[in-house]
Ligand binder design. Structure first.
Ligand SMILES: *Cc1c(COP(=O)(O)O)cnc(C)c1O
Length: 384
């Protein structure tokens, strides 16, 4: 049945080995993030089988619950990325080995629940280094120290280290300065409390370029377009000493770093393919006829006059995917637009004679993959 998300498990394994290689060469532990595909069980098997993976991570407890057994059987810890909700504390303690936290009230509840379950629950304290999503704000160090002081007295919580998340809300790029700032805070905590923090988790797929750069000669390093900013050196673009964990989702699935969108060596960007079937194929004009109002989503559409064209409608729409993130494998097919259930393609210039019933294939960007994996209307297939 179509539409269908086809997951090439061999290609995912290839990407996994590539990103694991980059991560491990610079001494980082590796958390692979499963949320984009809703912790697809076949994908999880590939991740669990790889000896280089240390943690299997997701933002949703429901997904973690689905893979906690296979993770543990394969010697991997489970990790919760989203700050826990108070309503899910019991399940967090039950299924999650390491959770990311930023609220003392929540950590207190985790401590009490871990006591009830006879466990010690591991946490990373999240520090916000400027992206302004989750974490204790880096400029308020006293608040951070106060929180650590209380956490260290909790009998059923183990403070495993610190974490940062960047390039999510504020689109801030990880560099040696903001990640170095995180390492500094960790060192201050260690000195002040006489402890050793095991883990300094330096972010998501937007940080992997720094790890790659650490090993590359200057001429091949990935740096911002336009070169160094005032006060920067090439070291600004290398992973700072002390960062020893990365959490990777998109770079594993799509093979790109998400800071500068470069392709990572040894990866492929076509492990995920969306297939949709043509339900109508007709020659029609490219400009609608009549008074223009608003489209199905309340927006005023814009059209390009391409004359009379071959228009194919495929059976997928905005309810199932992010249209802007679907790239036809046939380079001569253009996406014109979509409503909830219909996606319209211009197939005029294609070398292929499309007909009704044919299947059109697309590569997916992250948002499109996320939506298709979440839609109950999209079937799944696998290449093994
Ligand atoms: C989603 C998420 C990740 C993984 O991000 P990618 O860009 O897919 O690598 C890592 N950490 C946190 C906190 C996340 O929410």
């Amino acid at each position: 049945m179509y539409p269908r998300l086809v997951i090439d498990l061999k290609k995912l394994d290839q990407n996994l080995k590539a990103v694991a290689g980059i991560t491990k060469r610079v001494g980082c532990s590796l958390a692979i993030v499963t949320k984009c595909l809703c912790a697809d069980p076949e994908m999880v098997k590939v991740i669990a089988a790889d000896p280089q993976v240390d943690l299997i991570a997701d933002s949703r407890v429901k997904n973690i619950k689905s893979f906690a057994d296979i993770a543990h059987e394969n010697g991997k810890r489970t990790m919760l990325l989203r700050i826990p909700m108070h309503c899910e504390i019991e399940e967090v303690v039950k299924y999650v080995d390491l959770s990311q936290n930023s609220e003392l009230s929540t950590i207190r509840l985790l401590n009490e629940e871990a006591g009830r379950q006879g466990k010690v629950h591991g946490i990373l304290l999240m520090i916000d280094m400027g992206d302004l999503r989750e974490g204790m704000f880096f400029q308020y160090e006293d608040k951070i120290f106060e929180a650590v002081e209380e956490i260290l007295q909790m009998p059923n919580i183990k403070l495993c280290g610190l974490g940062v998340n960047l390039t999510c809300y504020g689109a801030i790029i990880p560099k040696a300065n903001n990640l170095g700032g995180l390492v500094n805070i960790a060192r201050k905590i260690e000195d002040r409390f006489g402890i050793k923090l095991e883990t300094i988790s330096g972010g998501n797929s937007s940080s992997i370029y720094l790890a790659l750069n650490k090993e590359l000669p200057e001429s091949e390093m990935i740096i911002r377009q336009g070169g160094l900013l005032p006060g920067e050196t090439m070291d600004t673009y290398r992973l700072p000493e002390g960062v020893n964990n990365l959490r990777l989702g998109e770079s594993f699935l799509m093979g790109n770093d998400t800071a500068y969108l470069t392709k990572l060596p040894g990866t492929t960007d076509d492990a995920l393919i969306l297939e949709a079937q043509i339900v109508e194929l007709k020659e029609k004009p490219s400009i609608p006829i009549g008074e223009v109002g608003v489209d199905a989503f309340g927006e005023v559409p814009e059209y390009e006059d391409r004359g009379v064209i071959k228009r194919a409608i495929v059976g997928i729409g905005k309810q199932d995917t992010d249209i802007g993130g679907m790239i036809p494998l046939d380079p001569k097919v253009d996406v014109l637009g979509a409503s909830s259930d219909h996606m319209i393609l211009d197939v005029t210039k294609s070398d292929k004679e499309y007909k009704v019933g044919d299947v059109v294939s697309f590569k997916l960007e992250y948002g499109a993959a996320l939506h298709t994996a979440t839609s109950p209307y999209v079937e799944r297939g696998y290449v093994r």
